[in-house]
Design a protein around this ligand. Sequence first.
Ligand code: NAP
Ligand code: GLV
Length: 315
Amino acid sequence: MKKLLITRRIADPVLEQAAALFDLTIHEGGPLTAAQAAQAMQDYDAILPTLGDDFSAAAFSGDLRCKMLGNFGVGYNHIDAAAAAAAGVIVSNTPDVLTDATADIGMMLIMMTARRAGEGERMVRAGKWEGFGPKVGLGTHVTGKTVGIVGMGRIGQAVARRCHFGFGMNVLFYNRSPKEVDFPASQISDLHDLMGAVDFVVVTVPGGAENRYLVSAAALAAMQPHGIFVNIARGEVVDEPALIDALECGAIAGAGLDVYEHEPYVPERLRALENCVLLPHLGSATVETRQAMGQMALDNIIAWAEGENPPQRVN
Ligand code: NAP
Ligand code: GLV
């Protein structure tokens, strides 16, 4: 039997199937450090890792027993997929099954930030609400406004659809390559132009070295003072200190964030701000979606174990 390591407790039916097919170990105790990841590459035939496990280049040096990483998650910026390929290690991910859940969180962050829902909830819970008032809790209207999607892939398009069909919004987008979509949306060739033209920016590009700080201080400075910034992609895509500066000085109106540069660390300066909504990386966090992700990750490992090319292979 092949030895499989699953690095976190995922849905029970998936663990049961894995235990029936493999000599299974479930890692307890949080994300794998770089040293633990490197050791696991020596000890197991396949690994089902996830976000936070450190499979950077060092994990892929030397004589490796492990030849398959079936990642739980569509984003795999915690795995050096090129180094893995060079070492003959296949990497797969879990696209599509989490698109709607993540787009829902993007829409929720637009709404919560624009309508000051986090602030209002804190006020009610703190017993500080003094009742309805014509000027209490005034936010900004969402319906009919303009959204700018940064990265018009699966999740970007799903957010854009919600904005267009659900909220009558005008959709602009910035994307690395030319993209045609089957609903009204205009591609803008310059990121700063996009960020300056819209009421809401939603970031949905992958992380990784090539996109680090894609949303720079200068890109944030292009936003309008009433603009709201939403990030459901990866924290490293945005210059986080520059974002905090922009929020603190009122250069932008607010931010809705699901992801952070050094998760789970969220800077105190960010936590102190009323004009942002902060979620703990909830994008794909529904029971149904997390089960589907686990199943897809395991199915890729099973395909590899049976000598097939894993269907969601990325390298
Ligand atoms: P996807 O379908 O691959 O879409 C990514 C899009 O970004 C593509 O259209 C790509 O353009 C574009 N892009 C990449 N680099 C770019 C750049 N430098 N400038 C402009 N556009 C760029 O991926 P997805 O399934 O939508 O997922 C996107 C990311 O969301 C994941 O990688 C993950 O990091 C994040 N995510 C977060 C959560 C969460 O819990 N918050 C959940 C799921 C996913 P091309 O057309 O040129 O390839
Ligand atoms: C979650 O962030 C994912 O990339 O699946």
